[in-house]
Design a binder for this molecule. Structure first.
Ligand SMILES: Cc1cc2nc3c(=O)[nH]c(=O)nc-3n(C[C@H](O)[C@H](O)[C@H](O)COP(=O)(O)O)c2cc1C
Length: 296
């Protein structure tokens, strides 16, 4: 089956999937397997102290994959405090990372967390695509107005930067689809084929995986930690508070997507598994005469 959406066309990927940005671990060793498996791997620029170090990582990326990949620049909001990757930079400093990526032939630039119009402008001057990630539909609308070629909206079920007005992935997609013209990338709580297909049905042109791919062999976190996450009680009150009541404090606790995973597998098996199951659901679903049948 060939997956064709507005975003597979832009990203030139086999599957309509894009990797999340990852503070600390979004490096070539983690991103290249995502690209090799058919999605758009993302190297997180601010994991590198200087544009020169980032440039080295992008050339490592070229060694590890001949498939398309992108980069992320998280524009840190003024209210966020944290470690190296959470330090706010000047516009010139952010643009230094952009120039390096342009030099290395990157075509897809993702920005997140805060207004990134100044980055989008430079990306468009260079003839590349700019995708912006936000936590609300209204911020996605602002990004669209500023010229973003696609928007990712992270739902409440997800992790990473959130906003007190963050809505569920369902609301972001079904209403976002009516309120936005640019392609939408679904993010937040998606970890299996049904979530993936549901997102496309609700209006997304691609799906972003964050938490789910942290359980792959290629994720640089320790296996012990992955096992611990997979056995976390996501239905406990503590977890509920963390995820739904914004008690993340801008750290990234694995999202509700973790509930879909129970063993560490390769990135290729993870992505192929989702796509094969999605295809099988679609092929079984459908009409017999006037009667519609699901596989459930
Ligand atoms: C460990 C970790 C680090 C993250 N770091 C960033 C980051 O630096 N910038 C960013 O925009 N999003 C970051 N995110 C959010 C992801 O890119 C993605 O939007 C989110 O994980 C999607 O929700 P999901 O985890 O339910 O798939 C991070 C997520 C995790 C799990």
């Amino acid at each position: 089956m060939i997956w064709k959406t507005r975003l597979t066309e832009m990203m030139e990927t086999k599957y309509p999937v894009i990797m999340g940005a990852f503070a600390g671990i979004g490096r070539a060793k983690f991103a290249a397997p995502f690209s090799n498996a058919g999605g758009l791997g993302i190297v997180t620029a601010l994991n590198f102290k200087t544009p020169a170090l980032f440039k080295k990582e992008l050339s490592r990326m070229h060694d590890l994959t001949d498939k398309p990949f992108g980069i992320n620049i998280s524009v840190i909001p003024p209210q966020v405090r944290g470690g190296q990757s959470m330090k706010r930079k000047t516009q010139e400093e952010y643009l230094g990372y952009v120039e390096v990526a342009l030099d290395e032939g990157v075509k897809i630039f993702t920005t997140s967390a805060y207004q990134a119009d100044f980055i989008g402008k430079r990306i468009h001057e260079a003839g590349c695509y700019w995708f912006h990630k936000s936590a609300t539909i209204s911020h996605a609308q602002s990004a669209e107005k500023a010229g973003a070629d696609a928007v990712t909206i992270v739902g409440l079920e997800g992790t990473g930067f959130k906003n007190p007005l963050t809505q569920t992935t369902l609301v972001n997609l079904t209403l976002g689809r009516r309120m936005l013209s640019v392609p939408i990338i679904a993010a937040g709580g998606i970890g299996d084929a049904r979530g993936f297909l549901g997102a496309l049905a609700m209006g997304a042109d691609a799906v972003c995986f964050g938490t789910a791919i942290m359980m792959t062999e290629e994720c640089p976190s320790m296996n012990k930690l992955k096992e611990k996450w997979m056995s976390a009680d996501i239905f406990s009150e503590e977890y509920y508070q963390k995820i739904y009541h914004l008690q993340l404090r801008d750290t990234s606790v694995p999202s509700m997507a973790i509930g879909h995973l129970n063993k560490i597998i390769s990135m290729k098996d993870f992505l192929d598994g989702i796509m094969e199951e999605a295809e099988s659901i679609l092929r079984k679903w459908g009409f017999e005469g006037e009667e519609f049948k699901t596989t459930n």
